[in-house]
Design a protein around this ligand. Structure first.
Ligand SMILES: [Zn+2]
Ligand SMILES: [Zn+2]
Length: 338
C-alpha cells in the first residue's frame, strides 16, 4: 500500500480516483453497486435494480423497502420489507435483513409477502436457525391482492394483483385520513356540536385515501398498471425489463414488461412520476430512454417518466480510504447511436 502520495483533487473538490496498477487496477470499477437516489416533493427513493441481478427499492420516510435484493446496507433501516415475489434477485437478502436488524438492536423486521410463498419463506428463515443457533425474530404477513396492512397510523399498504412466473403481488402505500364531511365543514359548526353528533353515533367524517406510491415488482401485462391505486399513485415504480424490438418473446416467456406494453397504457396513467426499474443489464439506459421517447412522440402523457438507475451514484473506493459518493458524469446525447 503506497502511503506517500495524496490523491489529487478535481476542480469540484472531489478526490480524483487514484490511478492503480497491477492487481488493484482490475478493481478500478466500483466494488460496491451504485445506489440510485431520487428526490420527490414527498419522499426520497433509494434503490438498486437490474433485472436478474438485484432489486431493492427503499422509501426511508415511509419506513419501507420494496424487495430486498442482496440487502444493500441502507435498506436495513426500514422496519417493513414488502416482498413482491420469491425470485432470488428480489429476496436473497431476507434472512440477512432480519438477522442484521436483530444484531444492530433494531425492532424485529416485518415482512409482507404473497400468501403462497409465506410457508416457503418461513422454512428458509427456520432452516437458517440450524446455522445461527436460533430463529431470528421476525414477523411474516401473508398478503392476497386487496389485503391491507397498517404500517403506522394513517399509513396503509394495500396489495394488488400482478402476473409473473411465480406467485407475486404489488404494493400501494396509502396515506389514509379521516376528513370532516363537506356538508358539515360548510356549516362551520363549533367543536362541541360535532363532538355531540359523534357521541350520538352520527358519522361526521369520511375516509380520504391518497395513494402515495405503487410498486409492481416483476410483472407482465400493462393492465396491471391500470388498477385503482396504481394508475393514480403519486409515484409509480414499475418494472420494464425489455426495450429491444426482438425481445418481445423474452418478455412473454419471463412474464416481464416490454416497452411496448408500457407505451400502450402510458396515456391512461395519472401518476406524477413513473420510475422504471428492472431494466435488463444488456440494455443501455440512454438508448432505452430514446426508444421510449420515440415510441411516445406526439402522445399526451401525464407522468414524468424516468429510469431509476439513471439516478445512480457511483461509489469510488480508494484503497485504504473511506468510500465517497461521486455523481455520475452526464451521458452525452450522442454517446450511442440507435
Ligand atoms: Zn426480477
Ligand atoms: Zn421475477
Amino acid at each position: 500500500m503506497d502511503k506517500e502520495k495524496k490523491p489529487t483533487h478535481s476542480a469540484g473538490g472531489v478526490p480524483a480516483p487514484r490511478k492503480l496498477t497491477g492487481n488493484a487496477a482490475a478493481r478500478e470499477t466500483p466494488i460496491l453497486p451504485p445506489v440510485a437516489i431520487v428526490k420527490t416533493p414527498y419522499f426520497h427513493i433509494l434503490g438498486y435494480s437490474v433485472a436478474g441481478e438485484e432489486t431493492a427499492v427503499q422509501i426511508p420516510e415511509l419506513n419501507t423497502v420494496f424487495d430486498i435484493g442482496k440487502c444493500p446496507r441502507p435498506m436495513l433501516t426500514s422496519d417493513f420489507c414488502l416482498l413482491s415475489h420469491g425470485h432470488i434477485d428480489h429476496s436473497a437478502g431476507i434472512v440477512y435483513y432480519l438477522s442484521q436488524r436483530f444484531f444492530q438492536g433494531m425492532v424485529p423486521g416485518t415482512v409482507l409477502c404473497p400468501a403462497a410463498i409465506a410457508d416457503g419463506l418461513s422454512g428458509i428463515i427456520h432452516a437458517w436457525a440450524a446455522l445461527e443457533g436460533k430463529v431470528v425474530q421476525h414477523r411474516l404477513v401473508p398478503m392476497q391482492p386487496g389485503d391491507e396492512f397498517e404500517l403506522r397510523r394513517g399509513l396503509v399498504v394495500r396489495a394488488f394483483a400482478t402476473r409473473h412466473t411465480v406467485p407475486s403481488i404489488g404494493f400501494t402505500l396509502i396515506d389514509r385520513r379521516e376528513k370532516l364531511k363537506p356538508d358539515l365543514a360548510e356549516k362551520n359548526l363549533p367543536g362541541h356540536v360535532l363532538r355531540d353528533m359523534k357521541a350520538r353515533g352520527e358519522r361526521i367524517t369520511y375516509t380520504l385515501d391518497v395513494p402515495l406510491v405503487a410498486y409492481t415488482g416483476d410483472t407482465s401485462m400493462g393492465e396491471t398498471l391500470l388498477q385503482e391505486g396504481v394508475r393514480n399513485a403519486r409515484v409509480l415504480i414499475t418494472e420494464c425489463t425489455f426495450f429491444e424490438r426482438g425481445h418481445r418473446r423474452r418478455a412473454t416467456v419471463g412474464q416481464h414488461m416490454h416497452m411496448s406494453d408500457l407505451v400502450e397504457v402510458l396515456p391512461q396513467l395519472q401518476n406524477e412520476l413513473l420510475l422504471i426499474s428492472h431494466v435488463s443489464r444488456r440494455t443501455y439506459i440512454g438508448w432505452a430512454a430514446r426508444q421510449l421517447a420515440k415510441a411516445t412522440e406526439g402522445m399526451t402523457i401525464v407522468p414524468r417518466v424516468e429510469f431509476l438507475m439513471d439516478h445512480a451514484q457511483r461509489l469510488e473506493v480508494l484503497p485504504g480510504k473511506a468510500a465517497a459518493y461521486v455523481p455520475v458524469e452526464p451521458q452525452s446525447a450522442d454517446a450511442q447511436d440507435d
